[in-house]
Design a protein around this ligand. Structure first.
Ligand code: ZN
Length: 157
């Protein structure tokens, strides 16, 4: 395992679209392990592969609960409900925070590192993290969606 360098600020790779993973091999497992280690080292709750300069559709997250760190390969949102507005930050935009509207709940289809297909439904923080990290795979940063002069609200619809 190795800690990789996190790309920040105006690095153009953060604005590129990532490609789907088609080969589920040992290199993918190493990438996932390195992403988890890099995320933990930076005290983050999520990390997307382009943030370490790899344009592949891979995200990891860890809410530091019983589920532990998880890796999602080729994640895509297949359902979303409700609205939440909360403060968000990003390891690639150090020192910045902003309010962002996200779905209260999302359902994501993905593969694991072996290529097996799964579905995951997350609400509140997990929904936010999934949306934020999947945005990274499309070259989108939270500042693109940041709201001006908003109160912190979260509501279930
Ligand atoms: Zn981010």
């Amino acid at each position: 395992m190795a800690i990789r360098i996190i790309r920040i600020d105006e690095d153009p790779i953060l604005r590129k679209k990532s490609k789907p993973v088609t080969v589920f091999d040992e290199r993918l497992k190493i990438l996932v392990d390195d992403m988890v280690e890099t995320m933990h080292h930076a005290d983050g709750v999520g990390l997307a592969a382009p943030q370490i300069g790899i344009l592949k559709q891979v995200i990891v997250f860890d809410l530091y609960d019983d589920d532990g760190p998880m890796a999602l390969i080729n994640p895509r949102i297949v359902d979303k409900t409700g609205i939440q507005i909360e403060e968000e930050g990003c390891l690639s935009l150090p020192g910045r925070h902003g309010m962002v509207e996200r779905p209260y709940e999302v359902t994501v289809q993905y593969e694991d590192v072996t290529g097996e297909s799964y579905e995951l439904t997350g609400e509140e923080l997990l929904s936010r993290v999934l949306c934020h990290e999947i945005d990274h795979l499309n070259g989108i940063l939270y500042i693109d969606k940041q709201l001006e002069d908003t109160e912190k609200i979260a509501e279930k619809v």
